[in-house]
Design a protein around this ligand. Structure first.
Ligand SMILES: [Zn+2]
Length: 266
């Protein structure tokens, strides 16, 4: 299964009863698509790469700016002006040459989302606007791909696993509704964000993604579908609410995605 180098590299995972050799093998086979290589995406990507995820695709159309360096932990001053997706992929290659990494230097939207999420085992969305998040969520539901959603606004963080393609499980659109499809709101530039806090929320996102990937392979593999973890960074505290499936949801409801109709009526 693993050679001596890989056994050594992941020894602290493998001795964990919650992961073990079977869990580590599963992570090595997994393909994660990361939407955004920014404040959430950078530390989430570091944790996922360190965990031994075998294949990582990074989607981001931005270039590194000086104001990113306060929280986007994979970038250095020498990266300013360079494409984030490319620089992020370079970070992964340096960190672990055995990870298959792909940079997609483009802005994800309704037209290209299906092609980008196709074949992924999981999508982790840490982007900075609702319109993209909803496009990603709808594409994940249609493709049957689980979605880990990670969002930060000032000192509030939200992390949840969605799977609208599964019967009775909510999708991201069930949670936020349709109001934000056309908006580009709630960006860090307007709100401000503290680097240490966004890193904390992003790490929880990576943890929740790993839970999904380990389902069926290790005891940590409880995806906690629809459990929305709300983190207050000032106290700090964490509370959890359940997001229920919205029967009228345009993303996963009964009037779309007819190929899933059997799942819903089962
Ligand atoms: Zn839904």
């Amino acid at each position: 299964m693993f050679g001596p180098d890989r056994l050594d590299r992941f020894a602290r995972h493998i001795v964990l009863p919650e992961i073990g050799g079977a869990g580590q093998a599963r992570l090595a086979q997994a393909h994660v698509v990361l939407i955004g290589a920014g404040g959430v995406g950078s530390p989430a990507m570091q944790n996922l790469a360190a965990a031994g995820i075998g294949r990582i695709t990074i989607v981001d159309s931005d270039r590194v700016e000086a104001s990113n360096l306060q929280r986007q932990t994979i970038f250095a001053a020498s990266d300013i002006g360079e494409a984030k997706a490319e620089q992020a992929a370079s970070w992964v290659r340096r960190f672990d040459p055995e990870i298959a990494v792909e940079a997609r230097n483009l802005r994800i939207d309704r037209d290209n989302a299906a092609q980008i999420v196709a074949g992924a085992d999981l999508v982790l969305d840490g982007c900075d606007n609702f319109a993209t998040r909803l496009a990603v969520s709808d594409a994940c539901v249609a493709a049957g791909v689980p979605l880990t959603s990670v969002a930060v606004g000032r000192f509030q963080g939200q992390v949840a696993n969605f799977a609208g393609h599964l019967p009775g499980i909510a999708c991201y659109r069930c949670w936020v509704g349709d109001a934000f499809d056309a908006d580009d709101c709630d960006t860090c530039a307007e709100q401000g964000v503290l680097g240490a806090f966004v890193g904390m929320v992003a790490s929880l996102g990576a943890m929740q993604a790993i839970r999904v990937l380990l389902q069926g392979s290790a005891s940590l593999g409880d995806p906690q579908w629809g459990q929305l973890h709300l983190i207050d960074g000032l106290k700090p505290s964490l509370r959890t609410i359940r997001v229920t499936r919205d029967p009228a949801c345009r993303g996963c409801g009964p009037d779309v995605a007819p190929r899933h109709s059997d799942d819903r009526t089962a």
